[in-house]
Design a protein around this ligand. Structure first.
Ligand SMILES: CC(C)(COP(=O)(O)OP(=O)(O)OC[C@H]1O[C@@H](n2cnc3c(N)ncnc32)[C@H](O)[C@@H]1OP(=O)(O)O)[C@@H](O)C(=O)NCCC(=O)NCCS
Length: 183
């Protein structure tokens, strides 16, 4: 992807926006929560430096076009993050990852935020396909993906080893045509 200039997308109850250095403490709060990190691809953070590195990666991603890391802002607070990454230029596809601060669970914020960013990805970035790789035990995540018309495309065995725990993958895909037909 070309570089991403800072931008904002507005939905009914929230905004999606680029991250700034002021977000580092809220990032740390989210990614150090063991409940939120239960099915993440790495252990919960234990140092503020990890949050600083995460912000630095966001900044680098905006500049080199390899990662689009958007903050989900609700009532002026950073409530979550959505990442578009592993962009394949020729195949016009990427992966999606998402994290919501536990205080904001169960209110439909992530569904609203993902719908907004997915629409942008298909209509403005002209992507063809978006993929998600989740822990099969992460039922909230699977429910969210299905509500956004992702299709369960496969199960992969023992794909991750996180903190010594071996985990399978459920693999989901969403085509631009699925999305446009459903909207
Ligand atoms: C995955 C995750 C984002 C799902 O969060 P969530 O709060 O269930 O998802 P949403 O914000 O879309 O909210 C949907 C829930 O809000 C409810 N809801 C309430 N008001 C709503 C509204 N106006 N619109 C839609 N849903 C609403 C829905 O019924 C649903 O609750 P239910 O599952 O009990 O039925 C969250 O669990 C999380 O961040 N987990 C940690 C990180 C993680 O595992 N990420 C995925 C790794 S692949």
């Amino acid at each position: 992807m070309p570089a991403f200039a800072p931008f904002t997308l507005t939905a009914q109850r929230l905004q999606l926006r680029s991250l700034s250095p002021a977000d580092v403490p809220a990032l740390f709060r989210m990614y150090s929560d063991p409940d939120a990190m239960r099915y993440w691809s790495s252990a919960p953070w234990d140092s503020m430096q990890q949050a600083e590195a995460y912000f630095a990666a966001a900044q680098a991603g905006y500049e080199n076009g390899e990662l689009l890391r958007m903050g989900v802002e609700v009532d002026g607070e950073l409530a979550g993050i959505i990442n578009l990454y592993s962009f394949h230029r020729q195949n016009r596809r990427c992966d999606i990852g998402y994290m919501l601060d536990r205080a904001f669970w169960g209110k439909g914020y992530m569904q609203e935020a993902m719908a907004t960013l997915i629409d942008y990805a298909f209509r403005v970035l002209r992507l063809h396909r978006i993929e998600a790789d989740i822990d099969p035990r992460n039922t909230a995540s699977a429910k969210l993906l299905k509500s956004l018309h992702f299709v369960h495309e496969g199960h992969m065995r023992e794909r991750w080893i996180i903190n010594g725990e071996i985990c399978d993958t459920d693999f989901f895909g969403l085509l631009r045509s699925d999305w446009l037909a459903a909207r």
